[in-house]
Ligand binder design. Structure first.
Ligand code: G3P
Ligand code: MG
Length: 243
């Protein structure tokens, strides 16, 4: 049977709203995306916040590293105006706030939480994320992904029942070894991997390949032929009528 391709809104509907903000996540829910991909980092006082970069420079009106701010300082910055002045009231959300929103508005939505600990070390990020997911009782619909494979091992040690996915760019030469040694249930990869010989072989072994970041119908059509189960996109609406 041909399963419908699922759409995950990358950083929320980040093509049309400021990425990783409540506005972008609300749009994903309202648009009917199957899932949301978001990125998490840790503040100085150990709060899990939703932001892609290690610094707030690109996506807020402030400057500095997320890890150097306490949450009460960080929440003062405007995380929307850089995208459009219309979004002046957007703030960097807490992971918990986003999960509450999703649980409230679409309890079946899939959540892909990307641990952004590949450049900086965030002590106990894994524990903190799992604690929040469990508090909201959303484990069954959550996928934890990361470029940091050691962090995925930690997640699995903390809770072997939560889904983990290894995230990577390009076509790594050691990917077969990774698959055999890491406690993962899926790969999050680029289109080039899904269309490669090794990618197809891994797919045929039964490992789901979720592909980022797909923003054109041409690419989408090619990936459908590869039987990709999920695409991660900044513009879910482009594809909603073409599944
Ligand atoms: O999770 C897929 C994708 O988000 C990984 O890259 O840099 O957009 O977080 P990035
Ligand atoms: Mg990401």
């Amino acid at each position: 049977m041909n399963e419908k391709v699922k759409l995950f809104a990358h950083r929320g509907v980040s093509g049309e709203y400021p990425e990783n903000t409540m506005a972008a996540f609300k749009a994903a829910v309202e648009m009917g995306a199957d899932g949301i991909e978001l990125d998490v980092q840790l503040t100085k006082d150990g709060q899990v916040v939703v932001i892609h970069d290690e610094t707030i420079n690109r996506t807020t009106n402030g400057i500095g590293y997320v890890k150097d701010f306490e949450w009460k300082q960080l929440r003062r910055y405007d995380a929307g105006s850089w995208f459009d002045p219309l979004f002046i009231n957007e703030r960097i959300p807490l992971l918990e706030e986003v999960l509450e929103l999703v649980k409230d508005r679409n309890p079946h939505m899939l959540m892909n939480i990307e641990l952004k600990n590949d450049l900086l070390e965030y002590p106990h990020l894994e524990e903190k994320v799992l604690e929040i997911v469990n508090k909201l009782e959303m484990k069954e619909q959550t996928i934890i992904s990361s470029f940091n494979s050691e962090s995925l091992v930690k997640v699995n040690q903390l809770d072997p029942t939560i889904e983990t996915a290894f995230l990577f760019a390009g076509i790594p030469t050691d990917i077969m070894t990774r698959i055999k040694t890491l406690p993962i249930q899926a790969l999050h990869c680029e289109a080039s991997f899904a269309q490669s010989i090794i990618g197809r072989k891994i797919r045929d072994m039964g490992m789901p390949l979720r592909v980022f970041t797909i923003n054109s119908l041409e690419e989408f059509t090619l990936l459908k032929k590869e039987k990709v189960p999920v695409i991660i996109t900044d513009y879910p609406h482009i594809f909603l009528n073409n599944l």
